[in-house]
Design a protein around this ligand. Sequence first.
Ligand code: SF4
Length: 108
Amino acid sequence: MIIDNNPKEIKAMEAFHRGDRKEGSRLQEEFASEFREEYKNKDHCSCKKSCRYHGNCKECVAIHRAHQEHVPNCMRPMINKKIELLSELTEHTISLEIKPPKEILRKK
Ligand code: SF4
């Protein structure tokens, strides 16, 4: 089961957008139920950082909400895709002005 860009969740959002809340909720619950089963004992967290809260979404999100600096790492690809679209407005020249910070990653 894939989490990011999950086809069922994409369909759920399409249903919500066309105003079909019942179908959207049904698909969303199906996704959540499959997720619960599939990831009962598997690592679902895509964050590569060395962090004691790895896989503990509740505390991870609370920490990010608390410090307000950036979002949980699992959300980077989704947000970067949207930033990339905006970045096209200046032909990605922002990339010449920024440098990512050094990160300490988990050992496999
Ligand atoms: S919210 Fe935090 S703990 Fe949960 S998957 Fe994302 S990075 Fe991992």
